[in-house]
Ligand binder design. Sequence first.
Ligand code: 8OZ
Length: 368
Amino acid sequence: MSDAKLFSPAVAGAIEMKNRVVMAPLTRNRAQPENDAPRDLNVEYYEQRADAGLIITEASQISPQGKGYAWTPGIYSDDQIEGWKKVTDAVHAKGGKIVIQLWHVGRISHPVLQPGGADPVAPSAIAADSKTFDGTQFVGTPKPRALDASEIPGIIEDYRTATVNARKAGFDGVEIHAANGYLIDQFLRDSSNKRDDAYGGSIENRTRFLKEVLDAVVGAWDGGHVGIRLSPFSNANDISDSNPQELFSQVVRLLNPYNLAYLHLVEGQTGGSREIPEGGDLGVLYALFNGARMANNGYDHDSAIEAVDSGAVDLVAFGRPFIANPDLVTRLKKNAALNELDRDTLYGGGAKGYTDYPTLEQASVAAE
Ligand code: 8OZ
């Protein structure tokens, strides 16, 4: 057993964790198709992973408009609150903590996934060279409709309501999804935001939407129950910026007055290379922040232990390893081998590749 700091308790704002191994948000497309509510299968999946110091749920749309893929869960209806309540109860009964990731996809959607077959919305009417899954096939993301400034308060209100709903559902907090080229990131970056009003142009203007989201979310709970995920150097979903280091330095500075629980950074390309472009420096961004620092992307046993022991970060979020290893914390403590990920069952489907990955204990019984 390891006595590495990775396995020691931590406090992030109001969230106390039994260890520093975090389950990263992972889209799995297995909510109830009729109402996008979590179902018993989802309860079992999260419960199996409650040994994590903190679970961050899969991204969950704050409104029907915020949806961009088939069968992702929402956090805006009573059915969804009820479904999530079963998840949080199960995780808490196992001594775990869980926050929900609040999501609006913006232009990463398709009319077949939108209420009334409407066009997806974005800061500007610029299509992303990306794809989404509509329930039948992968389809290109079409040109979105630019949001009128008068529509923005309604979206901010959806973030506020989603936060209230998360409290009702028994979560330990919320994570604002401001990463990976979705709506908040679309406002932040100058490749997707060409607005000439108060929400576009200068960095101050491009961060205005995020500030309004923070005001709403922190106003509905408090900063100690709110984390945020950014992916400063990722080009996921066709996003880019002319000066990401400057942009995200300003973003982190604006976070500090909210006294957030944690800052969660995708280091490098989402789910890909950890390489940072010239002029980029994640250490500078972490150092600017006044709360707990959470790292993600491609960490393993050795690099996670080193990242926390060295003081570079406080928490490490694991994505794919948590899909294939419900008992990831135990395996990391023992430096045991990990199950291999089955890529064919990542998105959609049932229990296969979801709740049927064996723990070490189950594997050893099966081997006898
Ligand atoms: C994979 C597939 C669909 C969505 C993200 C929510 O990248 C996602 C996502 C990941 O943040």
